[in-house]
Design a protein around this ligand. Sequence first.
Ligand SMILES: NC(=O)c1ccc[n+]([C@@H]2O[C@H](COP(=O)([O-])OP(=O)(O)OC[C@H]3O[C@@H](n4cnc5c(N)ncnc54)[C@H](O)[C@@H]3O)[C@@H](O)[C@H]2O)c1
Length: 270
Amino acid sequence: MSNNLLKGKKGIIFGALDEKSLAWKTALKCYEEGARLVLTNAPVALRMGEINKLAEAVKAPVIGADVTSMDDLRNLFEKSIEHFGGKIDFILHSIGMSLNVRKGKHYTEMNYEWNQKTLDISAMSLHKVLRTAWDMDAIDEWGSVVALTYIAAQRVFPDYNEMADAKSLLESVTRMFGYYYGVKKKVRVNTVSQSPTRTTAGSGVKGFDGFINYAEKMSPLGNATGEDCANYIVTLFSDLTRMVTMQNLFHDGGFSFTGVTQAVIEQMEK
Ligand SMILES: NC(=O)c1ccc[n+]([C@@H]2O[C@H](COP(=O)([O-])OP(=O)(O)OC[C@H]3O[C@@H](n4cnc5c(N)ncnc54)[C@H](O)[C@@H]3O)[C@@H](O)[C@H]2O)c1
C-alpha cells in the first residue's frame, strides 16, 4: 500500500547488490511511495548485472561510482541532476566492506593498509558523498541523507572486527557533517542502526548465524527485517521527520535497550 510519502522527491540509492540488499528493498519502497530514483554501485558490483533487474522495476538509470573516488562521485551527481532536471532530495548510503574480515585477519593482527581501505569505503565515503553534494550544491533544502550502521559502534561484538571502528567513524561523520549541512541548507543526516539481516555483507561476519539468533532472542519485538528497515528509511526521507538530524536511530526491535530477556535466561538455564 502506498501513501505517496515521497511523491515528487528525487533520490540516489547507493549499495543495491542483489535482492537481499537493504538498499534494494529501500529502492523498491521509495519507488512505491512515489519517488524518482538513480541507482549506483561500484563498477565491480555492476558487472554482476543483478542491479539491472531493480533498475527495470523502479524505472531508474544505473550510474556506476566507486564511492571512494571523488571523480566518480562528481560524475554521479552531475548525471543525476541532469536526469532529474533538478536537485536531489534524499540519499541512501548503504555501503560496507571490510578487507580484514574478508581476508580472515583477527582484530589484534590487523593489516593497516587494508584497514585504511575499509575506513575509506565504509565510513569516510559518507564524507566524500556529502562533500561532493556540498561543493556542487546538489541537495535541496530539507533534503535527507541516511547511512546504515550497526550497534557494534557502541558495544563490543568481537567478530565484527574493524567494522566496529568503521561504524563509529561513520556515525561521527554523520553528526559532524549533519551539523554543517543543517546550518547551511537545512539538510538532515542520520544513521539507522539495523538488526542483523541476512545479506551478502551481513553474512560475511564470522559466526553470523549465532549472532542473528542471539539478537532475535534479545529483542522484545524480534529482529527488524530488511523490509522493516526499508519502511523506516522511507519515513526518514519523507517530510514527516523534518526536524530529525545528526542522530543514530536504532531500528532493532528493542535490542539496544534490553539487558536480558526471558528467552535468553531460559537458554542459559538449559
Ligand atoms: N546486513 C546486516 O546485518 C546489517 C546490519 C546493520 C547495518 N548494515 C549495513 O547496511 C549496509 C548495506 O549492507 P547490506 O547488508 O545490504 O549488504 P550488501 O552486501 O547487499 O551491500 C553492501 C554494498 O556496498 C557496496 N560497496 C562495497 N564497496 C563499494 C565501493 N567501493 N563503492 C561503492 N559501493 C561499494 C557493495 O557493492 C554492496 O552493494 C552496510 O553499511 C552494512 O554495514 C548491515
